[in-house]
Design a binder for this molecule. Sequence first.
Ligand code: DGJ
Length: 724
Amino acid sequence: MVIFDGDRRVFKLDTNNTSYIMGLTDEGYLGNIYYGKKIDTTDVVYTMRTEEHPFTPENLPGEKIGFMDRFPMEYPFNGTGDFRVNCISIKDSAGQEGLELLYKSHNIYAEKRKLVGMPCARGESSMSLDIVMSDEAVGVEVVLTYTVYEECDIITQSVLIKNISEKEFYITKALSACLNLENDVSDILSLHGSWARERHIQRSKINYGSYVTESLRGEPGHQDHPFIAVLSENCTKDYGDIYAMNLIYSGNFIAMVQKDQFDRVRTNIGIHPDRFNWKLEGGEAFQVPEAIIQYSHKGIGGMTRNFHDFFRSHLLSQKWVEAERPVLINNWEATYFDFDDDKLVQIASQASKLGIEMLVMDDGWFGHRNSDNSSLGDWYVNEEKINGGLKHLVDRVNSLGMKFGIWFEPEMISPDSELYKKHPEWALSFSDREPGLCRTQYMIDFSRPEVVDYVYERLYEILSSANIEYVKWDMNRPIAEVASLSLPADRQGEVLHRHVLALYDLQERLIRDFPNLLLENCSGGGARFDAGMLYYSPQIWCSDNADPIERLMIQEGTHLIYPLSTTGTHVADSPNHVNGRITPFDTRADVALTGTFGYELDVTRIPEEERDKIPAQIDKYKKYRKLIQTGDYYRLASFRENSRYDSYMVVSKDKNHAVIIYVQVVTDSNVLSKKLKLCGLDSEKKYIIDNKEYTGSVLMNVGYIMKPLKGDFKSVVIEVNSCN
Ligand code: DGJ
């Protein structure tokens, strides 16, 4: 529900459990008044501190800058006295950088407008609010758009910047959202990592000054994540206040938390202003990506479940949310570049007998690519490896009763490629310097429309040539040389955002032209696991590290925000190829259960006793697949926190079924059984676990007795069913 109280000049956005309130001063400044538990009045303007002390420029013109530096500006602007972290900065054609955005008009309407050229949440059965702010001196209009998703306690915010003058100006910063909070939050939650170690959770203290999490790599990256949450000191997984922001964007980002001189906390998120400078001609508009904002008083777990419901109902393609994804086998860790059609058919033949449903041919099938130093851009099948061509191979795999999927890395060009020989100018490069190599490859220049069209033609032709039902879209290097040989000097700051827009354009074309195609995004593992990519692909490869113990932490961080059904999880070899850890085959499968289950090993070469276990592992996955895809996720214990064991459970929405995954990482000697307190059940209902009856209340308060497992890295999956 969205209302405007004209007497008080207050906007109130209500979800089922929260209220988000903004107010206008007499001058037309828009302030962020309140965000928290739902309240039933708009009588809160006094908290903007414009009533009790008439401390506004109209009443006290001599102290305007003091006002600007204290007021909780909803969309803070740069250069006119608000010295805290801001959201927008514009340099006019005279080189001046200073804005003063004042209220112009607003509009409340049903549903929402789709963002042009960008992914965003769908708006069915929601309400939206546009607030138009302007600075007539600069000639800019800024439309703040909010959409309210009542049932998931989520609000989205996007911004449209319009040049309403006749002269060009330059947007040097344009973030998506900002929250002005009081000093009742003390901690920060953010995600950090590296290649093969993505999205580990970090909880830190809010101190005076600024905390920044960011990416300048042209993608969110393995290192940081476009998410930030601030929380109360006592906030746990089960209760406490938490405010979170996530960004529907797949390029550079910044998220900041700043505690100011008055102990107030401001937090914001958006496209990183470094390496960004967008020229806007008179009459043009720039679309800022959408941010997802939420408040929960039900702790970190409450936030997680709101995000999961929101992504499943409003962002992911509805076609895939509940669809059964095929159990796949990918040949990357099985063969790396050393394969041919017969080897792939051998793997497929063995896999099909075990119940695996799809073969994915990974990197190395095109050009003359036999290692990672050539052929990107030459998207033609290497018939020396794939004898008889792609259709012949796909037909052979299909005849075994298996689907076929293929790997691409469309954003790259290898210096050793036919394409580069013909078009060296298609690599992103400074005009006076050789671009730097990473994995012996260059970024292709997507700010040239002819390059985007070439790449799409190649993808289209390959995908139309055979019965290909899945694509893995990879990206294996960050963007370093942010310059295009095709753009004028004053548009070089547009390269990175243009790259992201072209990526979205290509993926949009792909899912439009191949509506049944299952797209899985990937970036050297999980460097581009974000809400923007999830709009196009219902699943994303989570990490190149499939070691189940490392995966406990990667998946805990990923599932903090994203639904389990979106995470690419495979059973891989042991010793693990990345960290050498030796783990039981069953534990590898149990940890892979909470995702899009698959295999990443040579099924023709693993020990027979492991191969024999695969049909039962697949049956187990299929048994819980629906529950895991659609249920509510609860963390019970975190190995990251206790250094001993990890446990989580998924409960069906009707609270009749649940599954618990428990992994004992380190065995202790002479320990008692644990009382594992379950979550999310109905306290009144009776449940059966291992033929024993309990009430929900007992399981959640007293706990389920978890006997110590014998040995490190052991796991168990426990089924819970209601009996009434
Ligand atoms: C990185 C991916 O994460 C891997 O799964 C594999 O596809 C390689 N790239 C191929 O180059």
